[in-house]
Design a protein around this ligand. Structure first.
Ligand SMILES: [Mg+2]
Length: 244
């Protein structure tokens, strides 16, 4: 790679949602269902939290209940290490970081879970930023708080804990980017995708919430960025390699 190519790589930004995009599960429910006392009860409580848009608070309460069962943070960390990242996606992250592409995570999960998974694969150092709900440890108890504590700007339909549109706008305004890519699957990624500059690309999980929302927006005549669909992480990795 010559110097010009290296400079271009440094001006490339690739943003990953985490659950169901970087990994093939929801890290929140994966951890809760592994360690909780009663899966059905926890499931019901989390469904209620989702319905009232208070998922982060609901997760914090589940983590509190888990710590009361004498589950140690190390037990959770060991479990996170067993969550796989698809081999081709892992290879993309390593090679992209090596090439100087700016990789970031923007996720509704939490810092403990995301860092736990990435660290166990040796990938943590590949990401320049991880924006998610922050975790503090109170003894063995994992305490998760919302990332955004203030009101979202008018027009935002994001859950109160995190507006991905807001974060993406800040990141995009940091500098002039050669290209910006956003990888996501759920409705919660819609505002992040919408913040993409016109030269941006959305890598969108086929037929999932984000895709359906983008199709609907297009039908309503709303301008959407360039969309490339993917069906699984291997497919996502193949699309990403085209940006290397
Ligand atoms: Mg997701």
């Amino acid at each position: 790679m010559n110097e010009g190519e290296q400079n271009a790589a440094r001006r490339q930004l690739v943003v990953f949602d985490f659950d169901w995009t970087m990994i093939e599960c929801n890290s929140d429910t994966e951890v809760v269902f592994k360690f909780c006392a009663d899966k059905e009860i926890s499931k019901k409580r989390l469904q209620e939290a989702a319905a009232t848009r208070s998922w982060t608070r609901g997760m914090d309460e589940e983590l509190k209940a888990i710590s009361e069962l004498d589950v140690k943070s190390k037990d959770i960390q060991d479990f996170l290490a067993t969550i796989p990242i698809e081999a081709e996606l892992l290879r993309f992250v390593e090679e992209a970081a090596q090439a100087g592409i700016d990789l970031r995570v923007l996720s509704d999960a939490n810092s403990f879970f995301i860092e736990g998974v990435l660290q166990s694969k040796g990938l943590l150092g590949c990401f320049s930023r991880i924006v998610t709900n922050p975790v503090t440890l109170q003894g063995e108890r994992i305490v998760v708080s919302p990332f955004h504590q203030d009101e979202h700007p008018e027009g935002s339909s994001s859950p109160p804990n995190l507006c991905k549109g807001r974060v993406m706008k800040d990141w995009i305004s940091e500098r002039e980017w050669h290209s910006v890519v956003y990888c996501g699957d759920g409705e919660g990624d819609y505002e992040g995708v919408n913040a993409l500059p016109k030269e941006g690309t959305a890598l969108v999980r086929k037929d999932w919430g984000l895709h359906r929302r983008l199709v609907r927006a297009e039908e309503e005549g709303i301008a959407v960025p360039r969309v490339v669909v993917w069906e699984d992480q291997r497919d996502l990795a193949a699309s990403l390699f085209k940006f290397l």
